[in-house]
Design a binder for this molecule. Structure first.
Ligand code: ATP
Ligand code: MG
Length: 569
């Protein structure tokens, strides 16, 4: 393409609401423009990049036997009522009515639609397994759309679904998917980690996320510095605590005054004890009412683990006003002794003796608390949010490291949740009807491109990994009005096009500085700079965007070497 004919509206300034570098650079390099909160138009350069990512995804999906479909984005409410998600999905689901007052939603995901097709069309075990995928626009009315197309409300997703006769076949496809995802993100030039993820309320048996390592990531991932264990911190397991021998003489339960001292740090300082001798009581709101979670004072509770331990549908920290109005208890002094709600505790609490908790009375705490003697615990479980330096749950010597990650892909074994709710059954070899076992697998297309920028940029702009760059080569004539320069530039452009290399020719009558700035901002991997001075010596300058290293090469001999140079980038 000729730059003069392309629509590349670059900007010097970043939009005021852009917090992360990929959002800034996508807007500045003319890839995207915002239409409304979380809703973006993708401009020509943006489309070129997203199509590259999509193509890589297609190739890897096809390679494992995935078949591309294209499902409607508008979905009837009845399907969502059948699966039970019409109510469960809440406000993220954009609901609409047609002229006949029938309810629909704009699909945030497509389990219902694909399960509906499969239950109607697939009857026999002979037709399974089936893997289908699509690349399509989703809408989720996110609470906090931000970071440009990384967390949009409308966004492109590749979603795949697989249907099987049994769990073994599902697992086989799941493994292939994991491999395909690794290939995709590797080909996109990303530094990523596959981590264990919470499969939460979907109720599947396992789930992995693909995380691009970046400080701007919204997720925290924990991984071992010695073995290959890696997990989203939401799920990351704590090492089972070693057994503790109880002390010979146990203290008595005693109420002590702690005037105005509410937090663990305040109570520890006031009573001159380490915070690990305190048990924290955290009250949460769930659909089952208020519940309490206990962890050691120097630990953090992990609400996702607590939710899974309880088996509730939702859980969030209870606001003080709610706690006070429902229980009459003074916040800051709540403790598990005699507490009138279900209490769940971390494993570590089971092995604690002579500790301190709130006394459920203003300005006082209990000392000498014993779990077995004084507390009624509904259930014990691993409730810890792991921290850097905590021991690895999987190997003897390793410890946790924590890094930020951007979730670009997610694979799930769904089991029979949807097939049972929606009666997607097949007949097995004995003619018996059974529910299909399912998996689902998503990749955010725009988020993947944004993540690539998070990892590949400098102060001047984007540095595209060649596989997803909008163009491979940018030809920059120093002065396109100069006859010799123009002719060499045109020749370069035409020759590279003929070789099948995606090339952009900056034929604009702009100052060279402007062209260089736009070149660096846009991040095309290879720049060929052509000017009268070098041409007189029969040479042109070839510059890598990534290393900034530039070399003079003989012209036109260098043109044949361009594929090789691109390979080496
Ligand atoms: P998140 O925790 O980031 O909200 P999710 O768990 O809701 O993600 P999935 O339902 O698993 O995401 O969707 C599959 C993929 O779609 C994600 O891995 C991510 O790459 C992408 N994705 C999800 N939500 C968005 C969004 N709001 N904007 C852009 N991409 C998204
Ligand atoms: Mg989400």
């Amino acid at each position: 393409m000729r730059y003069s004919q392309m629509f590349i509206p670059t900007l010097k300034q970043s939009p005021a609401d852009a917090e992360v570098v990929s959002h800034k650079l996508m807007v500045r390099s003319g890839m995207i423009r915002q239409l409304a909160a979380g809703i973006y138009s993708i401009l020509p350069i943006g489309v070129r990049v997203l199509r590259k990512v999509e193509q890589i995804i297609r190739e890897e999906m096809n390679r494992i036997g995935g078949q591309e479909v294209f499902l409607p984005s508008i979905q009837p409410a009845e399907l969502w009522q059948e699966s039970g998600r019409w109510d469960f999905y809440g406000k993220e689901l954009l609901r609409l009515k047609d002229r006949n007052n029938r309810e629909f939603c704009y699909g945030p995901t497509h389990e219902e639609v694909i399960t509906d097709i499969v239950r109607k069309e697939i009857k026999s075990y002979r037709q399974l397994p089936l893997i289908v995928y699509q690349i399509q626009t989703k809408f989720r009315d996110e609470v906090r759309p931000r970071f440009g197309i990384m967390r949009g409300r409308e966004f492109m997703m590749k979603d795949a679904y697989s249907f099987h006769t049994d769990i073994a076949s599902t697992e086989e496809t799941y493994e292939k998917m994991k491999q395909a995802y690794s290939n995709i993100f590797k080909r996109c030039g990303l530094d990523f980690k596959m981590v264990e993820a919470d499969s939460g309320s979907i109720g599947g048996s396992h789930s992995h996320e693909f995380m691009v390592l970046a400080d701007s990531g919204e997720d925290a991932i924990g991984f071992c510095d010695a073995c290959d264990y890696a997990s989203n911190v939401e799920k990351a397991a704590a090492k089972t605590p070693a057994p503790v021998t109880p002390p010979n003489a146990l203290q008595k339960l005693k109420q002590v005054p702690t005037p105005g001292h509410k937090t663990v740090a305040e109570v520890a300082e006031f009573l001159k004890i380490p915070s690990r001798k305190i048990v924290k009581t955290l009250v949460f709101e769930t659909e089952q009412g208020l519940i309490a979670g206990l962890v050691r004072g120097d630990r953090q509770i992990n609400p996702v683990k607590l939710k899974n331990l309880i088996g509730c549908e939702w859980l969030k920290p209870a606001p003080e006003s709610l706690i006070t109005s429902q229980t009459g208890l003074p916040c800051g002094f709540i403790g598990p002794v005699g507490l009138d709600m279900k209490v769940y505790a971390d494993h570590e609490v089971a092995q604690m003796y002579d500790f301190v908790t709130g006394a459920n009375a203003s300005d006082s705490h209990f000392t000498g608390v014993q779990t077995t003697r004084d507390l009624k615990i509904e259930k014990f479980g691993d409730l810890l949010r792991v921290a850097a330096g905590d021991p690895c749950p999987q190997c003897p010597a390793g410890t946790y490291k924590i890094k930020r990650g951007i979730e670009v892909g997610h694979v799930f074994i769904l089991g029979t949740k949807y097939s049972e709710e929606m009666k997607a059954n097949y007949l097995d070899a004995d003619g018996k009807e059974k529910p299909m076992v399912m998996g689902c697998y998503g990749i955010g297309v725009g988020r993947t491109a944004a993540a690539a920028i998070e990892q590949n940029h400098d102060e001047r702009g984007i540095i595209w990994p060649p596989a997803i760059a909008p163009f491979q080569v940018l030809v920059i004539p120093v002065n396109y009005a100069d006859e010799a320069t123009r002719s060499a530039s045109d020749k370069t452009y035409q020759t590279l096009l003929d070789m099948g290399i995606e090339t952009l020719l900056d034929d604009r009558p702009e100052r060279l500085g402007v062209k260089f700035n736009d070149a660096d901002l846009g991040g095309v991997p290879l720049q060929i700079i052509i000017g009268p001075k070098n041409l007189k010596e029969g040479q042109v300058e070839v510059k890598s965007r990534k290393t900034n290293a530039s070399e003079l090469h003989d012209f036109p001999a260098v043109l044949e070497k361009v594929p090789q140079i691109l390979e080496g980038l």
